[in-house]
Design a protein around this ligand. Structure first.
Ligand SMILES: *[C@@H]1O[C@H](CO)[C@@H](O)[C@H](O)[C@H]1NC(C)=O
Length: 389
């Protein structure tokens, strides 16, 4: 048995949860014409290998061996007949000219797939020239998200490294049961809109044991997200972990049942944030827990901001988003600002059921404070700064 098949067989053992039979066929992208030279466009070869795997009657593997493969935007679409292991041993790089990324908004896109495992590899979107273009503000293409999962279910992504995305590194939308583990997501702190992972309209998303350093949110949990579990996350630099922005439109789906546990934030703009537009909406955020968290030099460690309204598009409005049952438990460390805890809730829909327990957020030389606007809840255990609930 060749090495790749052996690997497929081993992983297929581990993943027997997803599949019924394990005589995996392997489709090496090189035999479909991909070239590991960092220059030749391998997108057609990737898609051909995928189509072969997707049509396979038993579980199969798409194999990207070591080496640097340049690829323009690629779409891996289902539904497929059986489960697929997408094994990346090499590096996928974007074309050297960002104009070649096209207008689709996506670089590597998986859509309508189920029982997929993406394992290993590095994807490097080489976003720096694109960021520079956006900074000068002149005639830039729309840009692409690096890797996206749309309309998919039962997906596991592990050991993937995503570097220097043009925009969002990882997008999850309209998915069910998707897990990310051992992710390494890296962009400079000043790269615009390079969010780590953005989730929306999805149920059952787990993110574990991952390191995220970006120029925007490490993770953003958007409208229509339910049963979200985030564990052992190192975030920073970046804008922190955010629920929102919610409530940009009237009939927007809410966010429910979100847990973040065992996280470390380092030099981020925010720690744990809930953010909504100051406009009317039926959206909501409920049953949220942030626990066992360390803040290291974070600007706004704990924040609910329901006054978001860039370019003054909501004059005199208040947020319709209801924030309820949010627990902050065992959160310690340092803030760079005095106002370490800030609850700015909606005047028309006050936050309720906010609980704080064992909080200790300090600055090196001044006492920290907390602000409460339109919020109801309770505090227990040691709470520093003193609770305003
Ligand atoms: C909340 O989400 C977690 C993790 O996704 C899940 O295990 C749990 O069953 C959910 N709770 C409810 C009440 O749905």
């Amino acid at each position: 048995m060749d090495k790749h098949l052996l690997k497929a067989a081993c992983i297929c053992f581990i993943l027997s949860f997803f599949q019924s039979s394990c005589n995996a066929a392997s489709y090496n992208v090189v035999s479909f014409g991909a070239r590991p030279d960092g220059r030749t466009d391998s997108s057609q070869a990737f898609e051909s290998a995928w189509r072969a795997a997707c049509a396979s009657s038993s579980s199969s593997m798409v194999y990207i061996p070591r080496g640097m493969f340049m690829t323009k935007p690629v779409v891996f679409s289902g539904p497929c007949t059986s489960s697929i292991l997408f094994q990346i041993d090499g590096t996928l790089v974007a074309p050297s000219n960002y104009q070649d990324m096209g207008n689709s908004g996506f670089w590597i896109l998986f859509t309508k797939v189920s029982r997929l495992t993406v394992h290993g590899g590095t994807i490097d979107a080489r976003g720096s020239k694109f960021w520079a273009c956006r900074r000068t503000g002149s005639h830039c293409p729309p840009g692409v998200r690096s890797i996206s999962f749309l309309w998919s279910s039962n997906v596991a992504v592990s050991g993937l490294k995503s570097l220097y995305s043009e925009l969002i590194h990882v997008t999850v939308s309209n998915c069910n049961n998707i897990m990310f583990e051992h992710m390494n997501i890296i962009a400079p702190s000043r790269s615009p809109n390079t969010d780590g992972i953005i989730i929306q309209s999805s149920t059952g998303v787990t993110i574990k044991n991952s390191l995220i350093r970006t120029g925007d949110d490490c993770i953003a949990v958007g409208p229509g997200s339910k049963n979200i579990w985030m564990e052992k996350i190192a975030c920073g630099p970046g804008h922190g972990i955010s629920i929102g922005s919610l409530g940009n439109s009237l009939n927007e789906a809410g966010v429910q049942n979100v847990t973040l546990t065992n996280a470390v934030f380092t030099k981020t703009q925010n720690g744990v944030r809930i953010k909504s537009w100051a406009r009317d909406s039926k959206s909501y955020a409920s049953d949220v827990e942030f626990r066992n968290i360390v803040m290291r030099a974070v600007d706004n460690p704990i924040i609910i901001d329901q006054t978001y309204c860039p370019s003054n598009r909501c004059p005199r409005e208040t947020s319709g988003v209801e924030v309820s049952n949010v627990r902050y438990n065992n959160i310690r460390g340092t803030s760079t600002t005095v106002e370490a805890v800030k609850f700015q809730c909606s005047a028309s829909n006050p936050c309720r059921g906010i609980q704080m327990r064992n909080i200790r957020l300090t600055t090196p030389n001044r006492a920290t404070t907390s602000t409460c606007e339109n919020v109801r809840g309770s505090a227990s255990g040691q709470v520093v700064p003193r609770s305003c609930l």
